[in-house]
Design a protein around this ligand. Structure first.
Ligand SMILES: Cc1cc2nc3c(=O)[nH]c(=O)nc-3n(C[C@H](O)[C@H](O)[C@H](O)COP(=O)(O)OP(=O)(O)OC[C@H]3O[C@@H](n4cnc5c(N)ncnc54)[C@H](O)[C@@H]3O)c2cc1C
Length: 435
C-alpha cells in the first residue's frame, strides 16, 4: 500500500523541521521522515549524555501542536524515487510514499581529503567523531588532534572536550589573515558572533593554529601520531585520535535522482532553486544545506519558506526572502575565507588509498578522465558509500566530477530491491553496470 501526504519532507534537521511546521500551519497533511532514529539532523543531534538540544526539542514540540497534521517517520531511509513516489526502507519493511509536493532537506556531509595514513583506525571526520561521541562512543581521556577547515572544527572540538577528551590542538588550514578577516565580519551576524564566542570560551586553553595541514598519520594497527605542516615548522604530535574534515558538501543524490537541476558553479554542486525554493522538478522544493552550505540560520529560514510554498502559500514564503538573502550572504563569507589551500589538495601520494571501500589507490586512477570509466575499470566508488567519500574527494583534487548516481541511494535489502514497482530502479539492460 502507498501512503499519501500532501507535503512530504525528507530530512528532519533544522530545515526539515521548519518545513514540516510551516506546511502544517496551512492545514496540509505532512509526512516528515529521516533515516535517523531521532529528529535534529547534524547540528541538533541527540547526545546520550546531554540529551536533545533545546532548539530541537522546541521545534519538535511545535509539530505536536499541529493537532496531528504532521506524521513523524523516523528510521525511514529513502533509497529510490520518481517524481511522485519514494521508496523508503525502515529497519523492518520497505514502504512507498506518495506526495502532492515534497521538500528536500537532506543536508550535507563532510569533505574528507585522503592523505597518507588516513585509513588508520583512530582517524575520523571531525563531524563524524562528534556524532560518534554524542552517540556514546568513548572518547574520555583520549588525546585528540582536530584538523581540517571551517567552523565545524570548533564545534567538534567543543563536543569532544565536553565528553572528556583531551583536545591537543585545532589545526586550521586557512591562513591567519583569512580567519582574522572572517572574524572581523562576524558582527554582521550577531547570532553567529555569539555562537563563536561561546565556542571559544568552551575551548579556552586549546591551541588554535592557522595555516596548518596534517600531512601524515602514523601507526601500525591504529593511529599513534600525526605530522603537521605548521607555519612555525613541521610538528610531530603523538595522539590517539585525529578528527579531520575539510568543510561540507551538499547531499544532492536524491535531488539528482528526481531530475532536479544542480548548480555546478562550485566544485561540489548544490540543488538549484528559485526565490520560492522550487527546484526544476515540478512540486519538488529544497531547503538548507542541500541548496549550498550556509549553516543553521539559513537552513531554518529556507525550511520555513519551502514548507509554506509547498503547502501553496507563496505569500508567507516570499515574506521570508529578505531574511534568506541575509543568511545566505554568510555562505559567501565562509567560502571565501575558508577556501582550500593547494597543500590540502596535494596530500595524497601515488599509493594513498582513495576509495576506502574498494581499496583503490590514487595511482590506479591515473589516466582516467571520467568517473564512470574509472569505476568500471577499478571499482572506485562502487562500495558501500557509493562514491560519497572518494568521488567527492576526487572532484576536489581536480581529477573528475562525481557522476553516475543510481538507485539504490544507500545499500538496501534484497527483498526491497525485489519489490515489483520500485521507482527509478534500472531496467534489465542496465542492471549489470553498477555494483
Ligand atoms: C557531520 C556534521 C556535523 C555538523 N555539526 C555541526 C555543529 O555542531 N554545529 C553547526 O552549527 N553546524 C554543524 N553542521 C552543519 C550543519 O549541516 C548545519 O548547521 C545544519 O544541520 C543544516 O541543517 P539541514 O536541515 O540543512 O541538514 P541536516 O541537519 O544535515 O539534516 C539532514 C537530514 O536529512 C536526513 N537524510 C538525508 N538523506 C536522507 C535520505 N535519503 N533518507 C532519509 N533521510 C535522509 C539526514 O539523516 C539528516 O538528519 C554539521 C554538519 C555535518 C555534516
Amino acid at each position: 500500500m502507498t501512503e499519501h501526504y500532501d507535503v512530504l519532507v525528507v530530512g528532519a534537521g533544522p530545515a526539515g523541521l521548519a518545513a514540516a511546521q510551516a506546511a502544517a500551519s496551512h492545514g496540509a497533511r505532512v509526512g516528515l521522515l529521516d533515516a535517523q532514529a531521532r529528529h535534529g539532523g547534524q547540528v541538533w543531534r541527540h547526545d546520550v549524555l546531554h540529551g536533545t538540544p533545546q532548539p530541537a526539542r522546541k521545534a519538535f514540540n511545535l509539530l505536536a501542536r499541529t493537532r496531528g497534521h504532521v506524521e513523524w517517520l523516523p528510521r525511514h531511509q529513502v533509497i529510490a524515487a520518481d517524481h511522485r513516489t519514494l521508496l523508503v526502507e525502515t529497519p523492518r519493511v520497505s514502504v512507498q510514499l506518495s506526495f502532492g509536493s515534497m521538500v528536500l532537506a537532506t543536508g550535507a556531509r563532510e569533505l574528507l581529503l585522503p592523505f597518507p595514513g588516513w585509513t588508520l583506525p583512530g582517524v575520523t571526520g571531525a563531524g563524524g567523531i562528534q556524532a560518534l561521541a554524542k552517540q556514546g562512543w568513548p572518547v574520555h581521556g583520549k588525546r585528540v588532534v582536530v584538523a581540517g577547515s571551517g567552523p565545524l572544527l570548533l564545534a567538534a572540538a567543543a563536543t569532544l572536550r565536553r565528553h572528556g577528551a583531551h583536545v591537543l590542538g585545532i589545526y586550521e588550514q586557512a591562513p591567519t589573515a583569512a580567519v582574522a578577516a572572517f572574524a572581523m565580519q562576524l558582527w554582521r551576524w550577531p547570532v553567529r558572533a555569539a555562537q563563536a564566542a561561546v565556542l571559544r570560551a568552551r575551548l579556552a586553553g586549546i591551541p588554535y593554529r592557522c595555516g596548518s595541514v596534517v600531512r601524515m598519520a602514523h601507526g601500525r594497527d591504529a593511529l599513534c601520531g600525526v605530522d603537521v605542516d605548521d607555519p612555525r615548522g613541521p610538528l610531530r604530535i603523538p595522539c590517539d585520535l585525529l578528527a579531520i574534515g575539510y568543510g561540507l558538501v551538499p547531499n544532492v543524490e536524491l535531488a539528482t535522482m528526481l531530475g532536479c537541476a544542480l548548480d555546478h558553479t562550485r566544485i561540489h554542486p548544490c540543488v538549484q532553486v528559485d526565490d520560492l525554493l522550487r527546484t526544476s522538478t515540478a512540486n519538488v522544493y529544497a531547503a538548507g544545506e542541500t541548496c549550498g552550505i550556509a549553516g543553521l540560520a539559513a537552513a531554518r529560514i529556507e525550511g520555513s519558506m519551502a514548507g509554506h510554498a509547498a503547502a501553496g502559500s507563496t505569500a508567507a514564503a516570499t515574506a521570508l526572502l529578505p531574511s534568506r538573502h541575509r543568511a545566505r550572504r554568510f555562505a559567501g563569507l565562509l567560502a571565501l575565507h575558508f577556501a582550500l589551500d593547494a597543500r590540502a589538495r596535494a596530500l595524497a601520494g601515488a599509493d594513498t588509498v582513495i576509495c576506502r571501500c574498494e581499496d583503490v589507490t590514487l595511482a590506479a586512477l591515473d589516466g582516467f578522465t571520467d568517473a564512470r570509466a574509472a569505476r568500471l575499470a577499478t571499482r572506485c566508488g562502487m562500495g558501500a558509500c557509493q562514491g560519497r567519500i572518494c568521488g567527492t574527494a576526487l572532484a576536489e583534487l581536480g581529477r573528475f566530477p562525481r557522476s553516475g548516481i543510481r538507485p539504490p541511494l544507500f545499500p538496501a535489502r534484497l527483498s526491497t530491491l525485489a519489490a515489483t514497482d520500485v521507482p527509478n530502479l534500472p531496467t534489465d539492460d542496465s542492471r549489470g553496470t553498477y555494483a
